[in-house]
Design a protein around this ligand. Structure first.
Ligand SMILES: [Zn+2]
Ligand SMILES: [Zn+2]
Length: 121
């Protein structure tokens, strides 16, 4: 598959069209959500001079139903926020969002009081 304006994902190797629904500037792969460290300040300036692979590490929400991906550069460690696109892999986004819930810092049994074990004295 090839597009008029596209790039090849450096992580999973699929060809990705630069035209993405819901965002004016595609900056990450909709299949694996990895990105590339190309922009320094504003999306599209292509002045980072790093070009390291950027790993999607978390999802946050900005405004109403606007999901934002947090990428960390595996080359220089910088964090970047990237708007999600309409055709991003929803399952992967959900997994990222649920990750802290699946791995709480304390066991649920300790954090949640057990119902039905109230002692009457
Ligand atoms: Zn990819
Ligand atoms: Zn970098």
């Amino acid at each position: 598959m090839s597009f008029a304006r596209s790039f090849r994902c450096g992580h999973c190797g699929v060809d990705v069209s630069l035209d993405a629904p819901g965002t004016s500037h595609r900056n990450h792969c909709p299949h694996c959500l990895w990105s590339r460290h190309l922009d320094r300040n504003v999306p599209g300036d292509r002045r980072a001079g790093c070009s390291g692979a950027m790993e999607p590490i978390a999802v946050t929400v900005r405004g109403e139903r606007r999901w934002v991906l947090i990428h960390r550069c595996t080359g220089c460690g910088r964090l970047r926020l990237n708007r999600t696109a309409g055709d991003d892999n929803v399952l992967l986004l959900m997994q990222l969002a649920a990750m802290p819930l699946a791995m709480p810092p304390v066991p649920y049994a300790m954090a949640v009081p057990v119902v039905g074990e109230v002692t009457h004295s």
